[in-house]
Ligand binder design. Structure first.
Ligand code: FAQ
Length: 312
């Protein structure tokens, strides 16, 4: 078949909502777009283990420690599913990790903010996982089969994460005045960075057009951000807390809230590597990678021995 015919088959699959699978023909730009997005997503899960990992040793009870350990471990698992999905597009794990460790690859801006108090752990589960799910529910119907299937499993786990975060923040919001103040302080610091997770506004999102055309994304950054605000404001009200946005207002005509835009200069600065924790996050990943060298060497040596064993 010539390229035009291949393209026709590819477009017909998209039109029928069929999945594109690793061995199918796909346009080179579609492949590159997915490698970019899926590897950034994988990096976000792995770097995302760090802010919460910071509190495992200081969790206020054994139950809280167990839950947090399990959650952080889940995020590591999500990274592995996603690296595997990206590998099926023809990039190696080493190439992806090298890009992360040398600071060339992007990962979600949100993980460059510090976790200052225990309330931040509740806020991450509630808001950050909440925003991640809002985006990932749509990605379960992404056109690339391995990405879509990874998202189905990830979404199930993220829903649990969101609920544990909401439970934790509920304890604080209905606790002592000091605990309630901690919950409000965490909401104040995480609200706008969470809104940034959905990406730049549609008017400044260079990748959205292709992502929508190829059904990699099904909705735009602004649509998802709006839905997140509409859903979360009700939760904030139930908790007796206040959204830190004096322009937040219900808009009857659009059946949604009007709200202030995040500071997009801050967002650009964070994704350029100049956020509060960018350097610390990369240093932690590099340290973990070099300390894990012996594990990779042992696994490789074991793998090389296996065929000899089978032959014998
Ligand atoms: N941070 O043209 P667009 C999680 C970059 S998982 C950093 O709009 P696109 C689980 C973007 O890459 C959270 N960079 O791009 C968890 C592009 O740069 P490039 C991660 C950002 O791809 C919870 C440029 O700006 N989720 O949290 C960000 O259409 C708790 C222009 O942007 C995903 O990755 C950002 N926030 O839309 C783990 C979901 N936003 O590549 C632990 C999958 C944009 O051209 C604890 N990804 N950029 O140099 C997506 O849906 C999309 O990639 C978006 C961006 C929505 C992130």
């Amino acid at each position: 078949m010539d390229t035009a015919k291949f393209e026709e088959v590819f477009e017909a699959k998209l039109a029928k909502n069929d999945f594109i699978e690793p061995k199918d023909w796909m346009p080179e730009n579609y492949r590159k777009h997915l490698i970019r997005q899926v590897s950034q997503h994988a990096h976000s899960e792995i770097v995302g283990m760090l802010p919460e990992g910071n509190w495992i040793t200081r969790a206020p009870s054994l139950r809280a420690k167990l839950v947090l350990l399990a959650k952080v471990q889940d995020e590591g698992g999500h990274g592995l599913y996603l690296y595997t999905a990206a590998e099926s597009l023809g990039i190696s794990r080493d190439e992806m990790l090298n890009a992360l460790l040398t600071g060339k690859a992007k990962y979600s801006s949100i993980f460059n903010y510090p976790t200052l108090t225990w309330a931040d752990i509740g806020a991450i589960g509630w808001l950050v996982d909440g925003a991640a799910i809002m985006n990932q529910v749509m990605l379960q119907r992404s056109s690339y089969g391995p990405y879509s299937r990874a998202m189905v499993r990830i979404c199930k786990e993220e829903s649990f994460h969101q609920r544990q975060g909401y439970e934790s923040i509920t304890h604080l919001a209905f606790g002592t005045p000091e605990q309630k103040a901690m919950a409000q302080d965490a909401l104040n610091r995480w609200w706008f960075p969470t809104l940034m997770m959905f990406g730049p506004p549609d008017r400044e999102s260079p990748n959205s057009e292709n992502a929508l055309k190829w059904r990699i994304k099904r909705e735009t950054n602004d649509q998802l951000r709006q839905r997140f605000v509409n859903q979360t404001v009700k939760q904030v009200e139930y908790l007796g807390l206040t959204v830190p946005d004096k322009h937040l207002k219900w808009n009857e005509a659009k059946q949604g809230y009007d709200f202030s835009e995040p500071d997009w200069d801050e967002f650009k600065n964070v994704i350029k590597g100049n956020g509060i924790c960018n350097k610390e996050r990369l240093a932690s990943r590099n340290k973990a990678h070099s300390e894990g060298a012996w594990v990779r060497a042992a696994a490789e040596a074991y793998g090389k021995k296996q065929p000899e064993k089978e032959a014998a």
